[in-house]
Design a protein around this ligand. Structure first.
Ligand SMILES: N[C@@H](CCC[C@H](N)C(=O)O)C(=O)O
Length: 310
């Protein structure tokens, strides 16, 4: 039985992860062990644990065998399983590359595939060392039907005025609920030590993003706004408040774009407490569904061994 594991610690805009290479899928930690590893006082600490398993050895990726060599097994800090992690998949790509699990130069100017529970994602390494993830399909899941104001849910955020706010549900392979706040002061005042209360209650839980519009820029100078700028905080399902969330940044940008309506930008800068991400909506996307890319840093900061609790 394994008594210790080799790990790498990494983060993407301070959304931090413990990464473990398990090529043959022989180490399958239960929820309690994942939570112990992610514990910031008694363990290594992390918003999540990422296991790198060869797709051929990963039952959860059976449908993708032959399409990607590696499967990203993502677990939240409480040990729950998540379908996808946008910051995590960039850090995963850096981990595979630096660990020699991919041919040298993989991702440079070209895409390579990664299997996730939310399907196949493609990764590309940019000249500055950051990564772009082709996050694949997204959709507004509530159909913007339930309420007349372009929302499909109500969210009560602790620490504000007690009023339930309209929100929009976005599926990025994992579930998100985005709430627009009018002022940066409200974004700061929100108490995310407790999960915001979402109605109707999402069947599989949800990540909740609070978003404030900052600016709309005409970067190419043609008179039309082409880059949106928003600020976001997030309460993640299974992890609590984190300093960034990649799928959350995509959801926040896509919800803001939907609220803005036709003519809204397809490129969004998303400010999060841990840095900045760029979200690019795929060509041919409508306001309600399409594809999306996520760009941002991926940093590996430590390696070591962790003694597993007896
Ligand atoms: N931080 C991640 C999302 C991780 C999973 C999420 N908490 C969930 O349960 O869906 C990201 O960067 O996307």
């Amino acid at each position: 039985m394994t008594s210790e594991i080799s790990f790498t610690k990494g983060h993407g805009t301070e959304n931090d992860f413990v990464l473990v290479a398990d090529p043959d899928g022989s180490w399958n930690p239960d929820a309690a062990l994942v939570a112990a590893i992610c514990d910031r006082r008694a363990g290594l600490g992390g918003d999540g644990l990422i296991r790198a398993v060869r797709t051929a050895a990963a039952p959860d990726a059976a449908a993708l065998a032959g399409q990607a060599e590696w499967f990203m097994d993502y677990r939240n800090a409480d040990g729950s399983i998540a379908e996808m992690c946008g910051n995590g998949v960039r850090v995963f790509a850096e981990f595979l590359l630096r660990g020699g699990f991919l041919p040298a130069g993989a991702g440079d100017g070209d895409w390579f595939p990664v299997a996730t529970r939310a399907g196949l994602k493609r990764l590309r390494r940019e000249a500055d060392g950051s990564w772009t993830a082709d996050m694949g399909p997204w959709s507004l899941t509530g159909g913007r039907r339930a309420l007349a104001d372009g929302s499909d849910a109500l969210v009560q955020v602790h620490g504000l005025d007690g009023v339930a706010r309209p929100a929009l549900s976005v599926d990025l392979g994992n579930p998100h609920t985005v709430v627009a706040l009018p002022h940066a002061a409200e974004l700061e005042a929100a108490d995310l030590t407790r999960a915001p209360e979402v109605q109707p209650v999402p069947p599989h839980g949800t990540n909740v993003e609070l978003v404030v519009p900052v600016d709309v820029l005409d970067v190419d100078g043609d008179g039309d706004p082409d880059v949106g700028d928003i600020a976001m905080r997030v309460h993640e399902r299974g992890s609590g408040e984190t300093r960034s969330c990649g799928t959350g940044a995509c959801a926040a940008a896509l919800a803001t774009r939907a609220w803005a309506g036709e003519g809204a930008p397809d490129v969004w800068r998303v400010r999060v407490p841990g840095g900045r991400l760029v979200v690019t909506v795929g060509a041919g996307s409508s306001l309600a569904e399409g594809t999306v890319w996520l760009s941002g840093p991926a940093r590996l900061v430590a390696t070591g061994t962790f003694r597993l609790p007896a």
